[in-house]
Design a protein around this ligand. Sequence first.
Ligand code: ATP
Length: 307
Amino acid sequence: MSRESGVTAHGVRRSFGSVEAVADVDLVAAPGRVTALIGPNGSGKTTLLLMLAGLLTPDAGTVSVAGFDPVTQTYQARSRTGWMPDVFGTWDSLTAREVLTTVAAAYRIPAADGERRAAELLDLVHLSELADQPAHVLSRGQKQRLGLARALVHDPEVLLLDEPASGLDPRSRVDLRVLVRRLAAAGKTVLVSSHVLTELDEMADDAVFISRGRTVASETVESAGETRRWRISALDQDVLVAHLDQAGVGYVVEPDGGAGVLVPLSDDTEAAALLGDAVRAGVDVVSLAPAGGVLEQKYLALEEERR
Ligand SMILES: Nc1ncnc2c1ncn2[C@@H]1O[C@H](COP(=O)(O)OP(=O)(O)OP(=O)(O)O)[C@@H](O)[C@H]1O
């Protein structure tokens, strides 16, 4: 029997008393791709991920993870899902290694294989030196890394990562990004929520934006970057603005004393042409660069639309 892989959610809702945490979410995360789940604080990301992980039951709608319904086919879905919560709670008395071997045993992995897997994963997340320390002594970032290792113990098809980069130092963030890309390249479905949008730019293939519990946009990161705003600054902003006016280029002078003028451009070629024209017209251009990442711009544009 062939089954649909990846993650899908249709018309999903979940309330807590009078709070409608997830009001209407549609989402598709495909195998071999990294999908970013983006939304402001309280928009329902964690609630949605908990439903996908089978830890919370939806009030309405349908969810499928690796082809199984996490509510009615809990075992099949959970055995194929790696869940990394935003805050990793550990069992105080267990060492980092024991956390992983205990989880391996819970997934019915034979003890010797569990030991081997634990050692591999501790190495992968650079915790080998702390393997035999009680997990509760680990720093926040080290706990996050152990949480990631825990999510990978049973080599799941689907990874649900809730704010995986929070608390990580710059090196660990780079390692996380490389690892996530590697997992996708190996065919896994990765759904990742994060507030660090510049990081998701480099990590994600697709993005789903949610706001107040509803899906407000879904697109590939590539298409989100089709019209990006670039920031151009010059020694004399008045001269720059006069040139843009004369050249018929649309622009926005950055509010709040920002350093430049924002211009929508579709690609590097357009940017090079704009720069060349400005310089030839005698404008002393100081810099021209994309103003923030693709996802950050899309996010801010959606926020502006909602106002
Ligand atoms: N167990 C709960 N009981 C009551 N309300 C809850 C519960 N869990 C979440 N909520 C509420 O549901 C809404 C969505 O919360 P959720 O944690 O899913 O948002 P989020 O997008 O993950 O936020 P953040 O980015 O801050 O982590 C919030 O208003 C929150 O207060």
